[in-house]
Ligand binder design. Structure first.
Ligand SMILES: [Zn+2]
Length: 530
């Protein structure tokens, strides 16, 4: 090792208009670049001596015809400096081919050591990574720019969304007196909202809930809003089931900002157009919730299941869960005698003339018994499994999504690695004159573009992963639900809705239960392959 060799350093600093991006100004400022270089030199054991500082201010990195850069080259050629240090590789230049030629050809030919501090490039160390690092560096620079723009854009749009919704408080909330873009709970009517959800939770229909409130003389939301603004009203109005229906599925009540639910928002016009759920814009955890998420979710499910049976007096436990395996339509339950009911494919029943499906007739009571027995067995397995707590933590959907993203990140990395290898190969093909310089440039550009798009995809995936890890806390703790189920002889519909999603029935009367909880054995397999 040339321990005693003296390195006469040319510290090269470049500030360009490309960096006149607010976020970049600070990190790329001349003093910042200088500090990083000085700090680096002070920390080295080797003998570095600064010969001169070469500053190009306001010159683009795409050209190499820069005054100070040219002066540095002259100093190299007259033997005054034998080491060039830059903060990072992009300071040397943004034209990666040209910059690469300096690093890989020109500097070595002139016995000049080149160091790009933040990119871990040091030609003296002669590491293989020097070959790949510069290209990464240039890209990193570009993503850094892209991502910071993205972050700012998303922050801004979030703000705008928040403001946009803010001017209309949903029943149960009011606008914060100090911050009109924020929702706070309106304690005067929040209890009514809680009561409405409780009634729905207990299985009351929207119509029954609406009638109950009307009978009690509770002002309807529009009348209440007017009263609050000092507009007196002769009546309190009548609640209609549509209002209740709309409230029950409004995620504002669990603390999420929700907009785009209606096309026309106007206090004076009562008739408003409701938009489909898919076009709602929801931002989570923007204000204090009135209803906890667990209750909200159960209401969504129970309510959805109950929608099918409004005209039917008997509330069968499995109604709304049964589906036809053959055609995918729902399976109905109809009473034949006082204590006997039968199932049937609704599609077949409607269009039996056209032979679209088969009857799917089963004794409902027997089916219910069989289903409950099977669910119970599953729940027992669930509780019995040894590392139960651990499994629960991993059972959430969150992890499934996380794993999927991780998989994509992995394949993205592999692809980049592959491309880098190919890039190296064509570099040697060029040296061996297997390909011409022109061909090399073409191939190289192509590969670099591919790497870049993969790197961008990677950044996006990593951002997604971060969001999931920070924001989606596991909230599906099934322990209590499963234990509750095992405790009861006849569980409630709500509880079943927590455990199962659907029950498929084939024409041969085979039953498949689709669980929300996971088979513990499957979970163990999933975890062990992690
Ligand atoms: Zn069918």
């Amino acid at each position: 090792m040339e321990q005693d060799k003296i390195y006469n350093v040319g510290s090269y600093i470049r500030l360009s208009r490309e960096d006149e991006d607010k976020n970049k100004i600070e990190s790329e400022s001349i003093s910042n670049q200088r500090n990083i270089i000085l700090d680096y030199i002070n920390k080295q054991k080797e003998n570095f001596k600064i010969y001169d500082e070469y500053v190009d201010d306001g010159v683009s990195g795409t050209t190499f015809d820069r005054p100070s850069f040219n002066r540095m080259i002259r100093d190299i050629e007259s033997g005054k400096i034998n080491c060039v240090i830059t903060k990072d590789y992009s300071r040397l230049g943004r034209d990666y081919i040209k910059a690469g030629e300096y690093m890989e050809k020109y500097f070595p030919q002139h016995n000049v050591r080149y160091i790009a501090i933040l990119d871990d490039i040091d030609t003296y160390l002669d590491s293989v990574s020097n070959d790949i690092a510069p290209f990464k560096a240039v890209f990193n620079d570009q993503y850094a720019k892209d991502t910071s723009k993205k972050v700012r854009r998303s922050l801004r749009s979030k703000k705008e969304e928040g403001k946009f919704l803010g001017w209309k408080a949903v029943y149960g909330y009011k606008l914060d007196e100090n911050d009109r873009y924020k929702l706070v709970i309106d304690e005067e009517v929040a209890p009514i909202v809680r009561r409405i959800f409780k009634m729905a939770y207990d299985g009351m229909s929207c119509k029954v809930i609406a009638d109950t409130l009307s009978k009690e003389g509770i002002p309807i939301p529009s009348v209440y809003a007017n009263l609050n603004r000092g507009v007196k009203s002769s009546s309190y109005g009548l609640w209609c089931s549509r209002t209740i229906d709309e409230m029950l599925c409004n995620p504002t009540y669990i603390g999420n900002l929700c907009q785009g639910r209606r096309k026309t928002i106007n206090y004076k016009i009562k008739k408003e157009i409701r938009t489909p759920k898919s076009s709602w814009i929801v931002i989570e955890n923007t204000h204090e919730p009135i209803i906890d998420k667990e209750m909200f979710d159960i209401v969504q499910q129970v309510y959805k299941k109950n929608k099918h049976q409004q005209n039917n007096s008997t509330n069968y436990l499995l109604r709304g869960f049964l589906y036809c395996s053959e055609c995918g339509h729902s399976i109905s339950i109809s009473k034949r005698t006082e204590d006997r009911a039968y199932t049937g494919c609704t599609y077949y029943q409607k269009h039996s003339k056209f032979k679209v499906c088969t009857p799917h007739t089963m004794n409902y009571q027997k089916l219910e018994k069989e289903v409950l027995r099977e669910i119970r067995e599953m729940c027992k397995k669930y509780v019995d499994s040894t590392n139960f707590e651990n499994l629960l933590k991993n059972a959430s959907k969150r992890n499934k999504v996380k794993e999927k993203i991780k998989g994509e990140i992995n394949s993205c990395n592999l692809e980049i690695e592959k491309l880098n290898k190919r890039k190296n190969k064509i570099y040697f093909d060029k040296i061996d004159e297997v390909i011409t310089l022109e061909e090399y440039k073409d191939f190289n550009n192509q590969i670099i573009n591919d790497i870049l798009s993969n790197q961008l995809k990677l950044k996006e995936l990593e951002t997604q992963l971060e969001i999931i890890e920070n924001k989606m806390k596991p909230n599906n703790d099934y322990t209590s639900i499963v234990k509750e189920f095992l405790r009861l002889r006849k569980p409630s519909k709500n509880l079943i809705a927590c455990i199962i999603d659907s029950i498929m029935i084939t024409q041969n009367k085979e039953i498949t239960i689709n669980y929300k909880i996971k088979d513990p054995n499957l979970l163990i397999n999933e975890l062990s392959t992690d």
